[in-house]
Ligand binder design. Structure first.
Ligand SMILES: CCCCCCCC/C=C\CCCCCCCC(=O)N[C@@H](CCC(N)=O)C(=O)O
Ligand SMILES: [Zn+2]
Ligand SMILES: [Zn+2]
Length: 511
């Protein structure tokens, strides 16, 4: 009853005050609106067939295609170096113009990563960086409808590990540049392309080394574009149509090992508690005690306000008036595992090891918990909360790896990278009316570049539905041929759009 009264009261207030509107100054957004690509992003039938083959199954220059090369990362010390080296040779063969153009320098960094420096014709413009990664997570063939490294095309889709994460970006970036160069396009704004080889296992040998190299050269970037968000379709119940989310934030991470040591013994006369029992109780407490809901801090509130009109009544009214309804929305978002990941630091129990024999009380039990830290919290704050939840001195806590969330990048009208992406999304996907800032719940190589730019944007130009999400790191990863072509078109337009707009920048760097 009380809730109903509150709701009616609020509704009345809303009608009186009028539904919130967002004032938008013109500035950069206006200058982008008139910007048109100088070379139309239209590809001949032959070019379309070629770009598909290079990505999937190349029958022209080699027997393999990009998806067929098993560039698997297992751990930060163990990745398929043979495949990574083969991939380097492959891109050299299939993108001859990129590799032979005088104003493009190519360097191999960290053994297998690639850095391309494209010297723009106007060095007064601040450079930007396009990121992607060559490596993929393992893909045992069980459960796949086609072999994961076959690159087979079926029903309009290219199947295989890396088709969404992230050889699509690697190949689309190089393909778009190749096609622009063939059309004699000379970029005005300098830019870099960095293709990491160990993103899936930290990026410390690829992205981090490239970033260090660029920093040593005094490079400051106008913006960085990486993977990490999409045109989201069906992730939020009741949202009427897909919307593009550009991730301006990225969660932090802690891998925490919990360990319990006891004196081993015969299982016929166990002590009251075993190492396994103590550890199991501790990790269960962690799982059963969610970390605080941080709704209201970070970009999610803005995303929901921008989406408000996409919902039907009364959700549209509720989201337009979060100042009033935030306690309700805060609780609502916890109910679904993906929206829950957006409002708090998540706790995932990922490894559990103990025991050597059926009749031996094990001396050691170990578990690993993976926390993804909300943008409004830090590693130290999370560790403090975790200690209080575990609350058992017999459980040792060892931080295996940890990093804080990334700073939130600007998404205002003067934010060049954000506005260029926004403009390009509207031009390549005219049916997508909403572009909103958001948070990447996974981690990307872009975090290694935060010293070089405050404008880091994570966006992949394709539609993602919840069922597609299960293919990323999962089974039957696939991309439609049309989505891959559109990815190429998007980069083709983005590079040209980056040349069209002029904003004053504080730092000018000569490549
Ligand atoms: C209101 C907005 C609703 C938003 C719904 C969000 C839907 C999110 C969908 C997908 C997010 C996918 C994130 C992809 C990037 C993840 C890349 C990745 O797997 N990285 C690894 C890196 C590991 C490492 N060692 O660095 C990881 O995160 O584990
Ligand atoms: Zn990835
Ligand atoms: Zn991945």
């Amino acid at each position: 009853m009380a809730r109903r009264c509150l709701y009616l009261l609020a509704l009345g207030g809303v009608l009186l005050l009028g539904i919130a509107t967002f004032s938008r100054s013109k500035g950069l957004r206006r200058s982008l609106r008139g910007a048109a690509s100088r070379i139309p992003s239209q590809f001949s039938e032959e070019e379309r067939v070629d770009m598909k083959r290079r990505f999937s199954i190349s029958d022209c220059l080699t027997l393999t295609g990009a998806i067929q090369i098993p560039t698997v990362s297992f751990t930060s010390e163990d990745y398929n170096t043979t495949a990574l080296a083969e991939f380097g040779e492959y891109i050299y063969k299939v993108f001859p113009t990129v590799f032979s153009t005088s104003f493009i320098q190519h360097e191999v960094v960290g053994g297998y990563s690639h850095l391309f420096t494209v010297q723009g014709s106007d060095p007064s413009l601040q450079p930007y960086l396009l990121l992607a990664h060559i490596d993929v997570v393992p893909a045992p063939a069980e459960g796949w409808k086609v072999p994961p490294f076959s690159g087979l095309e079926h029903d309009g889709f290219i199947w295989g590990r890396g088709t969404l994460d992230n050889k699509n970006s690697v190949m689309a970036i190089l393909q778009a540049l190749e096609l622009l160069l063939i059309r004699d396009y000379i970029p005005q704004r300098p830019f870099f392309i960095a293709l990491g080889h160990d993103e899936e296992v930290s990026g410390k040998n690829g992205a981090r080394k490239i970033s260090t190299l660029l920093q040593a050269r005094g490079v400051q970037l106008a913006f960085v574009v990486d993977e990490g968000s999409f045109i989201l379709d069906g992730f939020i119940p009741n949202v009427k149509k897909p919307f593009a989310q550009i991730a301006v934030a990225e969660k932090g991470s802690i891998n925490l090992m919990l360990q319990v040591n006891v004196t081993p013994g015969h299982s016929s006369a166990p002590q009251k508690e075993t190492s396994i029992g103590i550890l199991a109780a501790a990790v269960s407490r962690l799982e059963q005690t969610p970390l605080p809901n941080m709704f209201g801090d970070g970009p999610l509130k803005t995303t929901l306000e921008l989406l408000a009109n996409e919902f039907s009544f009364p959700t549209n009214i509720i989201l337009s008036n979060l100042w009033l309804f935030w306690p309700f929305v805060r609780r609502f978002l916890e109910r679904n595992h993906i929206t829950n990941a957006l409002v708090r630091t998540t706790t995932a129990l990922t490894m559990f090891n103990a025991g050597i024999k059926v009749n031996v009380i094990p001396s050691v039990a170990q578990a690993v918990v993976n926390f993804r830290i909300h943008p409004a919290q830090t590693v130290q704050e999370v560790l403090e909360l975790v200690k209080n939840i575990v609350a058992d001195d017999r459980v040792q806590l060892h931080v295996l790896s940890a990093f804080d969330p990334e700073p939130v990048s600007p998404s205002d009208n003067q934010a060049l990278g954000y506005q260029l992406l926004r403009h390009t999304i509207h031009s390549v996907f005219p049916e997508v009316s909403i572009v909103a800032p958001g948070t990447c719940i996974g981690n990307t190589d872009s975090r290694h570049y935060k010293n070089l730019s405050n404008g880091i944007y994570r966006f992949n130009p394709f539609y993602l539905r919840p069922q597609d999400f299960t293919g990323i790191h999962g089974l039957n990863e696939k991309i439609s041929v049309q989505a891959y072509e559109t990815h190429v078109k998007f980069i083709f337009e983005l590079i040209q759009n980056a040349d069209t707009v002029r904003v004053s920048v504080p730092h000018v760097h000569e490549l």
